[in-house]
Design a protein around this ligand. Sequence first.
Ligand SMILES: [Zn+2]
Length: 441
Amino acid sequence: MKLLIKNGTIVTLGQPNKMLHDYAILCEDGLIKSIAPSKTFTGTYDKVIDAAGKVVMPGFINAHMHFYSTMVRGFGRVAPSKDFNEVLNNLWWKLDRKLTVEDSYYSALIPLIDAVRHGTTTLIDHHASPFAATGSLAKIAEAVKEIGLRASLCYEVSDRDGEAIAEAGLKENADFIAYCNKKNDNQLKALFGLHASFTVSDKTLEKAVQLAKELNAGFHVHTAEAKSDEDHCEQHHGMRIVERFNKFGVLGSQSIAAHCVHVNEREMELLASTGTAVVHNPQSNLNNAVGVADLIKMAAKGVLIGLGTDAMTVNMMEEVRVAMWAQHLGQNNPSVGFMETLSALLFNNAKIANRYWKPFLGELKEGYAADIVLIDYDPPTLFDETTFLGHLAFGISQSVVDTTIAGGRVLMENRKLKMNIDEARINARSRELANELWKRI
Ligand SMILES: [Zn+2]
C-alpha cells in the first residue's frame, strides 16, 4: 500500500522541529518512506491525499489513560466526595468492581474511536476491573486492533480487594506481557500495572517486581497523586513514595509514574536519576482537587515529563492547554510553563513511547511509523518554526482534525471514519451494558 500525502504544511516535530511547506510524505508498509517537495512525486500510488490548507503532523500520544471510565459518563448517583480517597471510594472503585470483560471491551472501543476523531494515535492505558481481571487485557487489545491504533496496556494491581484479587491482577499483567513479548506486535505493548503506593502491600510489590523482572517489563503506577498517598507512605513505611518504589525496584527508564503532584525535591531527583518518566494529567488533578504538579522544578531537575489525560478526554490539544493554565495558576506566574507543557505533549510523549515502540513514533521522519494527522488550519499570522508552538496552543488546537492515519492506514478522512466498524451498533451495545452496570453499582 503506497499512500501519498501531498501539498501540506509538514511539521516534523524532530529536533529541531522543521516546517516544510508544499511537501509530500510517501508512506509504505506502515512506515514513512520519504519526505520531499510535492512536485518530486510523479509515480503512481494506491492512494493520494491532498493536504492543501492543512497542517500535517505526527499523531498525538496520550501517555496516561483509563479506557474503563467510559461507562460512568452521566452516572449521577455518586455521593459527594470531600477528598481524593472519597472520589475513589464513592465512584471509581464502585464502578470498576462491577465491570465485566465485555464492559471493558466496549469501554475501550468508544474512546479509541474518539481518539481517531481527535488525532490521538497512541494511548498508554491503565485498566482496572478487579472482579473480571482475567482476560480483560486481551479483550481490550482486540478493541485496539479493531480500531487500528496503538496502545500499551496494563492491569492495575492492588490489595484493596484482598489477596486473591491481587494475585489475579499480578497474573493478568504477567500473562499479557508474556503474550506481547511473544507476539512482538507493533500496535500492542504492555507494562506492569500497579494502582498506587497506598493500595499495594510490600508483599504484593515484591511479587510484582519479581514478575516484571522476569518478563523484562517496566511499571505504570499512580504516584503521589494526592497528598494522602504520601502521608500514608510516611506513616506505614517510614519513607516517601518514590523512595519506596525505588527501594523495591519499580523505577527505571521503562517505567511511568503518573501524576507526581506531591513529590518533594529528593523524589524528583530519584525520578530523574532512575530515568523514570513522569506523566502529568492536569485536567484530572484539577477535577479531583489534588493540586498542581510542579513541572517547572521537575523539568529543571531533568525529569522526563509527558502528558496524559487520565481519561478526562482523548483530545490532547485540549489537555495541553489546561496544562499551561494549571502551571500559571499553580506557580502564580502567567509567564511560566509554556515550553514545559508543550514539550511534554509534542516531544516528551514521543520519547516515552519510543522506549517501547519500534518503529519509532511521534516524528515525521523517514523510517518512522506512518502515524499522521491532518488538521485544517489557515494561519492568520507568520507560521514557521519560531511561531509554531503558539499556533498549536491558540490556533491549531481550536481547529478540527480532518484525517487520521495510523500505521499507514487511513482511519479517518475528511472527518469521516474509514474503519470497518459499525459505530451506531457499538454505542447502542454500550448503552445496554451501561444500563445493566449502573443497576449493579
Ligand atoms: Zn490514572
